[in-house]
Design a protein around this ligand. Structure first.
Ligand code: ZN
Length: 111
C-alpha cells in the first residue's frame, strides 16, 4: 500500500508500446462475431522470445518489443463449448524484473 515504483521505461515514447495498454484482452466467441474483440494491431509487431507451451493450444509466450525492448506476456485460452467455442487472449506488459524471472523459467515440455 505504499508508493508504487515504476520499473518500466516510458512505453509512451515507443511507437509500438504507445499503442498498447498495460493489459490488453481480446475475446472471440464462435457465433457471436459482432461482440468479438481483438488485440491492437501493434501487438503483432512484438517478437516471441520464449514459447513456454509450444505444444499446447493454450499459449504462454514471452514477447518483446523490437523497438524499445519492453517485455510482454501473451497468453491465450481456448474453450470448446457446445454453444460455440471461446477464444481468449491476454497481453500484459511486464516489468523488467518480472521478465527476468520468466527468462529464468525453463521451458516446459508441454506437459
Ligand atoms: Zn516498445
Amino acid at each position: 500500500m505504499d508508493t508504487a515504483i515504476s520499473l518500466t521505461a516510458s512505453p509512451q515514447a515507443c511507437s509500438v508500446c504507445s499503442q498498447l495498454a498495460d493489459r490488453e484482452t481480446a475475446y472471440q466467441k464462435f457465433g457471436w462475431e459482432e461482440n468479438d474483440t481483438y488485440l491492437p494491431a501493434a501487438s503483432g509487431a512484438l517478437v516471441i522470445v520464449r514459447d513456454f507451451k509450444p505444444y499446447s493450444s493454450r499459449k504462454l509466450q514471452l514477447r518483446r518489443c523490437p523497438e524499445c525492448g519492453t517485455y510482454y506476456l501473451y497468453s491465450s485460452d481456448y474453450e470448446y463449448l457446445v454453444n460455440g467455442s471461446e477464444d481468449e487472449e491476454t497481453l500484459e506488459r511486464l516489468t523488467a524484473e518480472r521478465a527476468a524471472e520468466l527468462l529464468q523459467t525453463p521451458a516446459s515440455d508441454g506437459a
